[in-house]
Structure formats: C-alpha cells, structure tokens
Design a protein around this ligand. Structure first.
Ligand SMILES: [Zn+2]
Length: 195
C-alpha cells in the first residue's frame, strides 16, 4: 500500500492545473478513455476486518479507496453509526452499458461517463429507511465524509452543472484536502476544478 495517489501533502499550494491533474473528472463531457481500467481494484467481500456491510459479494473498488472507506466506517461505528450497506462500487464499461440500455427514464450514465467506472466511487444505503437521506447513517456520513477524503459528488442544486439530480447515496474519493475544501464550499466538483 503506497500513499493514496489522489491525495496531496497538506502543505502544498494548489493551482488550477495541479487540481485537474490530481482529480479524475468524469461526466458527460469528460468520458473515460476507451479501455480505461483502474489499477489496484480489490474485492470488498474478501477484505478482512471490513467495517461495513455489502449488498453483494462481487463489489470491487480501488484499494486506496477501500482503505479510506474502512477507516471512515470504523470511525462511524465508534460514533454509534452502524448499518452502512455498500450497494455498488467499480463497474466495467460493459456493466455500465447494461444498466444504460435497461434504464429507460434517462437517469443512467452513458458507458464511459459513469464515475463507477473509475473505481473511486461507491453507493451506500441502510436498512433504516428506503430514502437514505432520511437515515441516521446519512447524517453521520454527510457530516464526516470529507475528513476521510470523500465528497457527495452530486449535491442538491447542482443538477445543471453535474448533469445529475441530488444523490445522497453516491460518494466519490478525491483525497482529504480536496474533499474538505469542496464540502465546505458547497461547490460541485466541476466548479471546484474550474476555480
Ligand atoms: Zn453511484
């Protein structure tokens, strides 16, 4: 395990150029290159000492993101917030294509434009309420995710910029420094990378 590749030393000055090199931006206008494959994927089910639950046994994510997730959900447990269930992580382009063609309401991302294809994002739910936003787990996660390098990638009111309605269940790893700045600012990732 090396240092998380997306994290920067806290003392570094950030410029617009260094930001866009640091953070992989994926959206309808910035598709992943053909044949993109994230390095260091791990199967979450096989991780010993995992501090969260899984909806399926075949969910993968980048190893540094798993480490950050596990640290985060361990801290949540210490705070009395338990019952996080991961429902999705890395998706291959073929898997995203299958979702895209089977979703008729226009909400699924085109293959190549889903953050799930980066290995840097996960979806989470809990048994407490079908609407994750109303759960105690969401309350903890939304307040603390930035400290562990995660952002709510599709915040409320950001639809015109991100192309997505509010998704309280979708978290993207960008590293602690970026995440804290983004979540404190209320900016979308797109706006942050332009500034
Ligand atoms: Zn998602």
């Amino acid at each position: 395990m090396g240092a998380p590749p997306l994290d920067k030393p806290s003392s570094s000055a950030l410029s617009a150029n260094s930001l866009s090199e640091d953070i992989l931006l994926v959206n309808a206008y910035n598709p992943l290159p053909e044949g993109f494959y994230p390095e260091n994927l791990v199967n979450l089910y096989k991780q010993k000492g995992r501090s969260f639950q899984l909806a399926r046994a075949d969910i993968e994510i980048s190893e540094n993101v798993y480490e950050a997730m596990n640290t985060m959900f361990t801290a949540a447990k210490t705070d009395g917030a338990e019952g996080f269930i991961i429902t999705s992580g890395y998706r291959t382009r073929d898997e995203q294509n299958a979702i895209f063609v089977s979703t008729t309401d226009g909400t699924a991302a085109m293959p190549g434009t889903s953050e799930h294809e980066t290995g840097l994002a996960f979806d989470v739910t809990s048994m407490e309420n079908d609407n994750f936003e109303l759960t105690s787990q969401f309350k903890w996660l939304s307040e603390h995710c930035a400290s562990y390098g995660f952002i709510i990638r599709y915040p409320p009111g950001g639809e015109d910029i991100t192309g997505y309605p509010y998704e309280p269940w979708h978290y993207r790893y960008v590293g602690k420094e970026h995440a804290e700045t983004i979540m404190a600012s209320g900016l979308t990732l797109e706006e942050y990378l332009e500034n």
